[in-house]
Design a protein around this ligand. Sequence first.
Ligand code: ADE
Length: 243
Amino acid sequence: MIKSVLLVFAMEAEAKPLIQTLELKEDVPAKIVGPAPCVTFSGEHQGLSVHVVWNGRCKDHGVDNVGTVPASLSTYLAVLAFKPDVVISAGTCGGFKAQGAAIGDVFLGTAVINHDRRIPLPSFDKYGLGHAQLLATPHLQAALGLKSGVVSSGNSLDYTDKCMEIMTAHGAALKEMEAAAIAWACALYKVPLMCVKAVTDIVDGDRPTAEEFLENLHSAAAALQSTLPKVLGYLAGKELAQL
Ligand code: ADE
């Protein structure tokens, strides 16, 4: 039965609305001690223990620690600290209109891949792609009326032609910078992972990504915020097979 959930966020702007709405409190004393930069928050929602880990801020540049490296570190340490029944990679993403994505949509991930780990050597090619299934949640998806698709992770906001070729070949609906790394850390602990992502920009559209992302970050975070408590409420007290 699901009693405890850990949500992993890269950006404070993505995490803050949920932390405020659920009145989660920063864990003091810290559950994860430095030098790891991540910060954790905990509380309860509908009988569920809810934990949030945010990747924290880069001390040299003052921005959120986005990308795969901080995401895997935060996930590894937070799963060790909280022993959650389910992990959720939550945040914003680019969406492919060819896969039905529109700005402000909230998607559930079905699987993850990496589009920027190209290693054309025997077996390393599959390792680099890192395809991994996410927790199947067909009932939750139907109950909440969410779209779903493959999440593709890479360490750049933009993409090369080769990245696009890989994303298209694997039917990616969403592009972001953390989920595949979070999946890797979750797999080490055999803890199931879900992705809940709100679309800030259209990858196969004609607007510059950075401009569209900044324009829509706060409205997408609000869409995410209105969906996440419903997801948590649905998970509370259920068995994985009921999702
Ligand atoms: N986060 C939001 N939009 C993104 C995009 N297009 N690529 C990577 N990460 C994102």
